[in-house]
Design a protein around this ligand. Structure first.
Ligand SMILES: NC(=O)c1ccc[n+]([C@@H]2O[C@H](COP(=O)([O-])OP(=O)(O)OC[C@H]3O[C@@H](n4cnc5c(N)ncnc54)[C@H](O)[C@@H]3O)[C@@H](O)[C@H]2O)c1
Length: 438
């Protein structure tokens, strides 16, 4: 695998094609004297009005690796940020001003002093707002609370971006609050979890949970900038490290055999905490692949999405598992889904037995589960049906094919195949993961 330079991906979404305007040509061509005639009270030939509008929403932001982002020598969080493209109503740069910080409560415990010192050294006044970063509190109350803080702060949208520092819960909540407050207040995202770095921070989706449904209320809203600092990961709980690793494995399986091999090598090192050069390269490559997949399809018009690998059976599994004795984190449910999808690919002869085994072994090596007690045929068939509805009636199930890093989609998976794949996976899990078989 090649050594990667510092990641600095500039996202520029292609413009939405201009559509034809259909203000009736007859009306456009009328002379002013004739137009006045339109307003006669007895115009019985009045056609129903119809106006079709079209505009472009430019998206442009930077995802930049920035080691030691909170070190006083770093200017990342206080330097001018180019806002020429997004949000469109802003001026060219955000410079000066104060900063409102939306900070994960655990990051606050660990780094509040350092964060305060950083802004003090740069002579930037701040307001510190803690976000209760757990799924149970990922709701509108926290959005309102941050909106209230912005209001009280009298935030200036032109030169005072909010800075969100934390895991996916914090970034999603802050992203939504910023998108709603005065219809868009710029936000800079600083992910502190692996899931945040390789997924939650770098796209344009925001959301909170609603009525027991995950991420049911949300928006598309690009951040102004994203700064990736893997040194945050040294304090992250190993289960959350594994949780983020699942999304990296996803990208490797679908896009890059070299990344897969790098993950295999790294799994053999002691107590992986994603510190050091190899993990940096792994994170940067995963981010690069993810951005390549997201950029041409920001608004998800295309439903054949490789990034959905591991996300076909897992949404239902994750919700079912919540009510079980073994609740799953998002990445853990994704890992189990990837294991099942890999069994399906093997049954269809799309991948070799060796690559099937390597994929399942990689998940196990990163201490990810490949089985759960809720993996019944009934639940998984229901899960696939529900996902199929969300994918406009086609399964569009991403699976590996050919060499590692190759992918295709299945649209005709039968219930019998789902049951058979589950049997195969259960047998494999019983043989290789006695501890993980709940
Ligand atoms: N918007 C998107 O595109 C997108 C993509 C993927 C996931 N998500 C969302 O992200 C959320 C999951 O994010 P997550 O996995 O980062 O979990 P999280 O935000 O819940 O963080 C996990 C835990 O780690 C703590 N923590 C954060 N950084 C830490 C650090 N450096 N050291 C020690 N502890 C730390 C947090 O306080 C929390 O307790 C889910 O709600 C999911 O829906 C969103």
């Amino acid at each position: 695998m090649q050594v990667h330079r510092q990641v600095r991906a500039v996202i520029e979404a292609p413009p939405i094609p201009a559509r034809q305007r259909t203000v009736p040509r007859e009306v456009q061509q009328l002379r002013p004297s004739e137009r006045r005639n339109l307003y006669t009270p007895n115009n019985h030939n009045l056609a129903p009005a119809r106006f079709e509008l079209s505009a472009q929403l430019p998206v442009r932001y930077v995802v930049e690796e920035c080691l030691g982002v909170l070190e006083p020598s770093s200017e990342a969080l206080v330097r001018d940020v180019d806002t020429s493209a997004f949000p469109p109503m802003l001026g060219n740069t955000c410079s000066g001003g104060r900063r409102l910080l939306a900070v994960d409560h655990n990051i606050a415990k660990l780094h509040e002093h350092k964060i305060r010192k950083y802004f003090q050294e740069h002579d930037v006044p701040i307001h510190f707002h803690a976000i209760q970063a757990d799924e149970q509190n990922k709701d509108f109350d926290q959005v309102f609370s941050l909106a209230a803080a912005m209001h009280e702060f009298s935030i200036n949208r032109r030169n005072e971006p909010v800075i969100a520092i934390g895991g996916g819960v914090t970034l999603d909540t802050a992203g939504l609050a910023c998108n709603l407050y005065r219809r868009n207040t710029p936000v800079i995202k600083v992910p502190t979890t692996l899931m945040g770095m390789v997924d939650a921070a770098i796209g344009i989706k925001t959301a909170v949970n609603f009525d027991q449904h995950k991420n049911r209320l949300g928006t598309y809203c690009a951040p102004m900038a994203v700064f990736l600092d893997p040194t945050f990961l040294s304090s992250l709980h190993p289960r959350h490290v594994a949780n983020g690793a699942a999304e990296i494995i996803k990208m490797a399986c679908m896009r890059d055999g070299d990344l897969f091999e790098a993950l295999e090598s790294y799994a053999q090192t002691d107590g992986y905490d994603f510190q050091g050069d190899l993990p940096r390269m792994i994170i940067n490559r995963s981010v690069e692949l993810m951005l390549q997949e997201l950029e041409p399809n920001f608004w998800e018009a295309e439903l054949y999405r490789l990034v959905d690998f591991g996300h076909s059976f897992s949404p239902h599994l994750e919700m079912e598992a919540l009510a079980s004795d073994f609740p799953l984190l998002h990445g853990e449910a994704v890992a189990i889904d990837m294991a099942l999808s890999t069994c399906i690919a093997r049954m269809r002869g799309l991948i070799s037995q060796r690559d099937h085994d390597r994929t399942l072994q990689l998940l196990i090596a990163y201490r990810l589960p490949i089985w759960h007690e809720k993996m019944t045929a009934e639940h998984m068939i229901y899960a696939l049906e529900s996902t199929t509805r969300g994918r406009d009636g086609l399964q569009r199930l991403p699976v590996a094919t050919g060499e590692l890093g190759g992918a295709t989609f299945i649209n005709d998976l039968t219930n019998e195949e789902v049951s058979q794949a589950l049997n195969n996976l259960r047998t494999y899990a019983q043989k290789h993961t006695s501890l993980q078989l709940c």
